[in-house]
Design a protein around this ligand. Sequence first.
Ligand code: SF4
Ligand code: SF4
Length: 436
Amino acid sequence: MSLKEALFKAGVVGQGGAGFPTHVKAGSSVEFMLANGAECEPLVHKDLEIMVAHPEEIVRGFELMKNAVGAARAFFGIKKKNARAVKAIGEALGDVGETTLLGDFYPSGDEYELVYEATGRLIEPGGIPLGVGCVVNNVETLYNVARAEAGVPLTDTFLSVNGAVQTPAAFFAPVGTSIRECLDAAGGATVPEPAVFVGGAMMGRLTFDLDEPTTKTTAGFIVLPRDHYLVTRMNREERAQHRIGKSACDQCSYCTEFCPRYLLGYNVQPHKVMRSLEFTKTGADVWNQMAELCCECGLCTLYACPEDLYPREACQMGKREMRKLGIDYEQKEPPRVHPMKEGRRVPIKQLVKKLHIAEYDRDTPYLERGPEPTTVRILLSQHVGAPSEPVVSKGDRVSKGDLVAEPPKDALGARMHASIEGEVVEVASSHLTIKR
Ligand code: SF4
Ligand code: SF4
């Protein structure tokens, strides 16, 4: 069986972000293979811990992918400050690839940044790494590539729990475990009404619902008290965010000057997008185009803006508006790196301070034993592509690793497998539930 087939069979998807099905990447042909271990979300340390605990499997997955895509060179991106991971991966790497040591900046884990740092190439505006001869895989994905080749399906996700919990930790959890059970595995929340950032404070999502299930792409949970600055700031409803922006933005342009995509040479100018919040009655369709190449990293909103406004959210709205109007923005000129790029990089330490989370900045040691839920809720859409369709019915008994859902024929998607042994007690349009 080819690696591509093994990855499809095992349901492996990218675990560094959106969940792009890995078997599709394995079928490409490129010059450079890149491993992304540059985790940069403050307080999320799952990539660090998995690199230290499972370097051999990760490097094996890296080698398998490198061979599958026929890459001549392979780069393994890790932050220099994560000495434990640099050592563990360095010892396992042999002649499979070269280590690319990265600074402790946000967002060094962004694919555009990593490709540039490792290869010196700039992805075409709006493009993907493939366009410049690169395939990038997150380190947890590579761990699952190695397991898939050995015939083991993806049933558990590796995540870290940090913030207002008793004992911050990193562990594997069966896909579909609730947030509540993950927090319990980290000793439980230390605040009465926890607010949780899923995936991180910068690019993650805020939730108060502890019954939400984990997915294959869940990187971690940051727990904060409900009245924390960051929770209040990100819990403001969209209309209010834009109303404040409209009256308070003084067009200082700091949001643009610190924007990582702008500094790499892409035409992203959030301060101009802010003008579309009805500063004037005209021009919104022009200003909104400066949002198209925004990667929604959040640096403008959560770090750069001295007025605590919401330029990222203005960009998100700008993109929606353009789609409604059927406008496609295309940057004609090739990207050219800004001469001030190096000097304007944002150290994680400084970002943590700005986010008011320095008191929660703790290690998340690897736990051998994660949560053992009695019930899991497996979402049918947790990857890029079409939602999967159940292949089991209510009342069926399943073992861990059994196929429970697969993508429609010929559609982009990923298979799902039972993450615990038990009985299928619910098959709904959006998920299925298994009880131990
Ligand atoms: S940094 Fe804030 S105040 Fe300055 S232009 Fe951007 S949104 Fe407006
Ligand atoms: S979120 Fe802000 S800083 Fe990040 S890419 Fe978009 S405009 Fe730039």
